[in-house]
Design a protein around this ligand. Structure first.
Ligand code: NI
Length: 182
């Protein structure tokens, strides 16, 4: 199981790199890393497991958060109690998005940001993301609401962007009325 201290903290400059495109076939190391990311994200969202292994809950992780500057991420989305959908997206791109923007009312979170950050991070309510799976096959995923936010958050990581970058600490709820809270 990945440990919390293997995940880079927001102060670590490596998180600010722009990650590089993955060339297929995937290396054994990357495949193993992806498996560990899925394992961590799943366990972290199951209360007993999270307690047992001392995991902070998270639904997404990008390779750069483990210090690997390659363009891929994993999202484990709990669709109903204890039921998870796994998404592995390699070289992802947003190919279309809604006009409508939303934000997480309780504040967005990140496994690299170990503190509560209040404020609005505007995200598209719906996105279509194109990328590749672990076998190098092209895939296209439509996402809305929470899952759409997760994809945008993780794609930002690949470009060295953290969710806190969007928040002005002097005015964290700026333009709130323009977006829908979820
Ligand atoms: Ni994050």
């Amino acid at each position: 199981m990945l440990k919390m201290n293997e995940i880079l903290d927001e102060k670590d400059r490596r998180l600010r790199q722009v990650s590089k495109e993955v060339i297929f076939p995937l290396t054994k190391e990357d495949q193993e890393r992806i498996n560990k990311m899925i394992e961590y994200l799943t366990a972290s969202q199951i209360e007993e497991e999270a307690e047992k292994y001392d995991l902070r809950p998270g639904m997404g992780m990008a390779a750069i958060q483990l210090g690997v500057a390659k363009r891929y991420f994993v999202v484990v989305h709990e669709v109903e109690d204890g039921v998870f959908d796994n998404y592995v997206l390699i070289n992802p791109k947003i190919i279309s998005n809604s006009e409508e923007k939303i934000y997480v009312e309780l504040g967005e979170g990140c496994l690299s940001v170990n503190r509560e950050v209040e404020g609005i991070v505007p995200r598209y309510a719906r996105v279509t993301v194109e990328g590749y799976n672990e076998l190098g096959q092209k895939i296209r995923v439509r996402a809305r609401e929470e899952l759409a936010i997760a994809f945008q958050h993780e794609i930002d990581h690949l470009d060295g962007i953290l969710f806190t970058d969007y928040i002005d600490p002097k005015n964290p709820f700026k333009d709130q009325e323009l977006y829908r809270a979820i």
